[in-house]
Design a protein around this ligand. Sequence first.
Ligand SMILES: C[S@@+](CC[C@H](N)C(=O)[O-])C[C@H]1O[C@@H](n2cnc3c(N)ncnc32)[C@H](O)[C@@H]1O
Ligand SMILES: [Zn+2]
Length: 316
Amino acid sequence: MFHHITVLKEEAVEGLNIHPDGIYVDCTLGGAGHSETIASRLGGQGRLIAFDQDDTALANAKTRLAPYAERVTLVRSNFRYIRQELLKLDLPRSGENPQVNGILFDLGVSSPQLDEAERGFSYNQEADLDMRMDQTSSLTAKEIVNEWSEAEIAKILFEYGEEKFSRRIAAQILSHRAKGTIETTSQLAEIVKEGIPAAARRTGGHPAKRSFQALRIAVNDELGAFEEALEQAVDCLAPGGRISVITFHSLEDRICKQFFAKFVEKCTCPPDFPICVCQKKSILRLVQRKPILPSKQELELNPRSRSAKLRIAEKL
Ligand SMILES: C[S@@+](CC[C@H](N)C(=O)[O-])C[C@H]1O[C@@H](n2cnc3c(N)ncnc32)[C@H](O)[C@@H]1O
Ligand SMILES: [Zn+2]
């Protein structure tokens, strides 16, 4: 059973301003909740291209999207290659860039990825330390904790987990691995706990939560992939095309917010200048100034939506 409750479904799809004949890209297919809604609104020439790097997600989505098969193309790829993957399809172009009418990102992992113990994402289910969304990529959480330097481990725990005790935890990892390979999620969860002072263990949720988030982000280079994809996504949008982004933590949201801000920048030349010399030109317009948050009703139905934020921009 593949069960993922789609977050901000209506809001994110509404944000794309779907035209039945348009071409849309779902960068994070997952359980295909957003994709199904998009596909159901297409007609005529409309097309949906959906990316995922997880074979299980793709296999499940194929069944769920079967009624729309003739207008759906599934792409097994990391979305960081969005431009080159779209170029392989027969799409309209502007110069070197394929042109589509809307692009969606619903970042992070899906519930099935978290819930299948053997994927190794979860600190409360015993499994090999894996955490790869793409089962064919080589870097695993086991490699990071057993082979990276203490400084590198402390750095990711601090930056991606916002973990205050990153140095202590990294030191704890080093002293454990000197005695033998750290193999499993529960072993690591225990080591992380030992690295956090007893008084601090009682606040801020499960003591291993932040470290597991950090490792997951590092294993999948989640922020790097998102940044690379955003740059290309803007080039691949046709004028009037929309981009909807759902983020689940402050690091992702900050990247999205700053990225959009960079592209909505207006010319700052003094009004008496005959021509623009600052070269600042708006490429995007924010559809909403503030991010959209889940409704009270959605929060009640799906606690996982708690940290979600949706930002929408339009290509000028
Ligand atoms: C939160 S889920 C998406 C859920 C989906 N919107 C739905 O309604 O069911 C995120 C999905 O994106 C995929 N994913 C995350 N980062 C990716 C990347 N860089 N490239 C391709 N797929 C990615 C994950 O494998 C996961 O299946
Ligand atoms: Zn200017």
